[in-house]
Design a protein around this ligand. Structure first.
Ligand SMILES: [Cu+2]
Length: 124
């Protein structure tokens, strides 16, 4: 039990120490549905320096917590673009965008298909 407490204390203090270089930004994305949310969050989870990300489908914004020593907003935007979504003024990578399922395409895209009600696919 004592060891556990020591480990816990070390973990907590390491986290407090790390907070110094941590900041949070909001990036506007072209996320359309739950699949987009998962895709963007997964891409960012693999991105170096990203601590946490959460897409809000109501606003289409992704909140990203990251280490300022390991990455920067442009790299984060590029990671989002690389999986086929717009990120602020960086447009989605065209090749990645072409691979997106119909429901994840941007409004106005002729290939876009909206989810039907109760198709059990993505939308909450
Ligand atoms: Cu989608």
């Amino acid at each position: 039990m004592k060891n556990f407490i020591v480990i816990l204390l070390v973990a907590v203090s390491a986290q407090v120490f790390a907070q110094k270089n941590v900041t949070e930004i909001e990036i506007m994305t072209s996320a359309q549905c739950g699949m987009c949310k998962d895709r963007i969050e997964k891409a960012l989870a693999y991105e170096k320096g990203v601590i946490k990300s959460e897409v809000d489908l109501a606003t289409k914004k992704v909140k990203v917590k990251y280490n300022t020593k390991k990455t920067n907003p442009d790299k984060i935007r590029l990671a989002i673009s690389n999986v086929g979504h717009d990120a602020d003024d960086i447009a989605a990578d065209p090749v990645a965008y072409e691979k997106l399922p119909a429901c994840c395409r941007k409004p106005g895209d002729p290939k876009k298909v909206e989810h039907g009600p109760g198709d059990g696919h993505g939308h909450e």
